[in-house]
Design a protein around this ligand. Structure first.
Ligand SMILES: [Fe+2]
Length: 296
């Protein structure tokens, strides 16, 4: 039996690194941190929206909502539906390379890990198709001093696939945008505000304890979780119902697809048998730019 001589660490590289380098590290380690993924202004704007979202969530008694009992530590507010609370701040999470690929890049992180090629027989013809992905959940987290360690776990359990060892299917990719200075003392891998942490759903992980004094400037660990899953799995939140129509009207087709206006590449999620982006009146013919609404 051998033991690790050093603590395993998550490698941090600049968000401007080539997609090939990001994927190489993710394939090797299952996790990575991209520094300077968002600007200070983008993080500040999201923090302001999240403050309102935290207050409303706590007031309505939803701050401790969780599918699994005791899944999160005490002193933690988990505010679901971050997209609905901050629809115009989407640049924070969909910036190039991760949720959508940049025009010069051959792929994105989500495409690499969530799009699986499957084949089947249609009569005597062997047909292959590739699955897609969409946003599973968006959650703002506020973790205060006194929070203990989170239980070790793997993500996207709602897909209900039986996991065994490391060979288990990667059915989700999880991301955290740091809204504050995340440190080992307040319970996380050390990352600066605006950094993006990425890990695969079949990687065991768990947040650390927040041991800071409440008077410390970094006492609250604020992070924003954006989780994606394969489009053959159901979304954790029906994001297509999260925003008012006028907010959706500002979004380009690739974002609308991420939010669920989408017939998955596996074939599920159609409206009237077709892609909702082609079937739903408000989206009919929409390919970005000016929104085409049929008033007739
Ligand atoms: Fe997790």
């Amino acid at each position: 039996m051998s033991f690790l001589k050093t603590r395993p660490s998550v490698q941090t590289i600049p968000a401007t690194s080539p997609i090939e380098e990001i994927l190489r590290i993710l394939h090797r380690d299952g996790a990575i941190v991209l520094s300077d993924y968002c600007t200070d202004e983008e993080v500040d704007a999201l923090n302001a929206k999240a403050n309102v979202h935290f207050e409303r969530t706590e007031k309505e008694g939803r701050g401790e909502d969780s599918f699994f009992k005791n899944f999160r530590a005490s002193h933690t507010t988990a505010a679901y539906d971050l997209i609905g609370a901050a629809p115009e701040e989407r640049k924070v999470w969909h910036q190039g390379k991760v949720f959508v690929h940049e025009s010069a890049d051959p792929t994105s992180v989500m495409e690499e890990f969530l799009c699986h090629e499957v084949w089947d027989w249609l009569g005597e013809e062997r047909v292959t198709r590739k699955t897609g992905y969409w946003l599973h959940t968006s959650i703002a987290y506020k973790v205060g001093p006194g929070a203990g360690e989170q239980v070790l776990h793997r993500d996207i359990n709602s897909a209900a696939i039986q996991r065994t060892g490391p060979e288990s299917l990667t059915n989700g990719v999880s991301t955290f945008v740091a809204g504050c200075n995340v440190t080992a003392e307040n319970g996380g891998t050390h990352v600066a505000p605006g950094s993006l942490a990425i890990w695969l759903s079949n990687i065991f992980h768990g947040a650390g304890a927040n041991t800071l004094d409440p008077s410390h400037p970094d006492a609250l660990r604020i992070i924003y979780g954006f989780f994606a899953c394969g489009d053959n799995f159901r979304q954790g939140e029906i994001t297509a119902l999260a925003c008012k129509p006028e907010e959706f009207q500002k979004m380009p087709p690739e974002i609308l697809r991420l939010l669920g206006f989408y017939r998955g590449k596996s074939g599920g999620g159609a409206l009237a048998g077709r892609d909702p982006i082609d079937s739903w009146e408000g989206l009919k013919g929409y390919r970005g730019g000016e929104w085409l609404v049929n008033d007739a």
